[in-house]
Design a protein around this ligand. Sequence first.
Ligand SMILES: *Cc1c(COP(=O)(O)O)cnc(C)c1O
Length: 462
Amino acid sequence: MEFKTIIEPFRIKTVEPIRQTTREQREVALREAGYNLFQLQAEDVLIDLLTDSGTGAMSSEQWAGMMRGDESYAGATSFYAFEAAVQRITGLKHVIPTHQGRAAERILFGSILRDGDIVPNNTHFDTTRANVEYRNAKALDIPIPEGRQPHLFHPFKGNIDLLQLEDVLSQNPGRVPLVMITITNNSGGGQPVSMANIRAAYEICRQFGVPLFLDACRFAENAWFIKIREKGYANKSPLAIAQEMFSYVDGCTMSAKKDGLANIGGFLALNDDELAQRCKNALILTEGFPTYGGLAGYDLEAIAVGLQEVVREDYLQYRIRSVAYLGDILIKADIPIVQPPGGHAIYIDAKAMLPHIPQSEYPAWALSLALFLEGGIRSVEIGSVMFGQQPDGSEEPAAMELVRLAFPRRVYTQSHVDYLAEVLLHVNTIKNRIQGMRITDSPPVLRHFTARLEPAHGSLFM
Ligand SMILES: *Cc1c(COP(=O)(O)O)cnc(C)c1O
């Protein structure tokens, strides 16, 4: 007998209370936070879906590993455990620990990019883009066209556009020092990339003699999508699929705060001996000695264990299903979301849900505030507050107005998700009363973190 209920594949050993607040308390908290969810105190949030980065729960084995952490400055046993865990999955020769994914990006790009270079990627994550641009190079996004249409179904919406990739490489000889593919495509809605796409990109890159790197933050979630959606992989283990993905690349950057199942950490891994040496030299300057790279020995242990747990089938099935479970409820209620649901988050299309709020009044921001006010849920706007501000100070509406509900790993249970769904369905019934917002105070860059706002028409709800 096969039972259909997919359960959380763990039981709970340590609990952290979450705090219920009243609507009045949340109203005060919102006002004090300048109507900016980043400015809330976390204890005022009931269910926190701001990000899946570094917010996961560690296992008893990870905590046991932390006790084993070897804090020797050089050559700690924890480094060798970490290196072995990374190599088991990636097969890459040099493993360089860093304190986060963005440090791996900075070290890699600082060692390989020159002014005017071009880095193609399915879609650059914001720190990746910032680190490419910091080197005066161009961060070129070339997802397949389907990847830009929120309501269109495609099993591998994260794929890189292979024709455009070939064009860029043939038209810019010597100007493309590496190609990157982000798995899953975070900025494109957490959508997966197929094995066929990675393999084809590898063949194109090889033809032009250009190395291919993965931005591997969610490699295990991507492997799971390949297993359930791509022909020929149904009977392969997530580990074997991940190993095949990495067999096509020359290196990767990784944030262990995602599929490392750790609260901090990252790494850069690559095959090129000479480039690895340059990266290690840069690492020593700002991160630390190459066997710890800005991490404690216990962090290295936590990641080493996390990388083994993250490829477990029962974990990945539960992980991807819990996100899709919420997606299914919202789709049934005609709440517009990016389809199909991604691996780590649900993205609500606020432009479609709140057509009465003009983009100049930030519909996705207003919706995220309504979810907090009604149900104590913290999400994040990915819309015109985040992307509307242009480098010259002018304002332009973003391409999409999305509210992202990112799921921390192994933190919330199905009843939390049921509660979330109930709040979302309730807000959907009063959506016509939600009103727009205006910015009253804004920093010059990355304004969404610290901007202050107020209701544009007296109150959030009519
Ligand atoms: C989180 C993330 C990064 C950056 O990693 P940090 O650990 O936050 O520095 C890079 N790329 C992608 C796709 C990410 O999701």
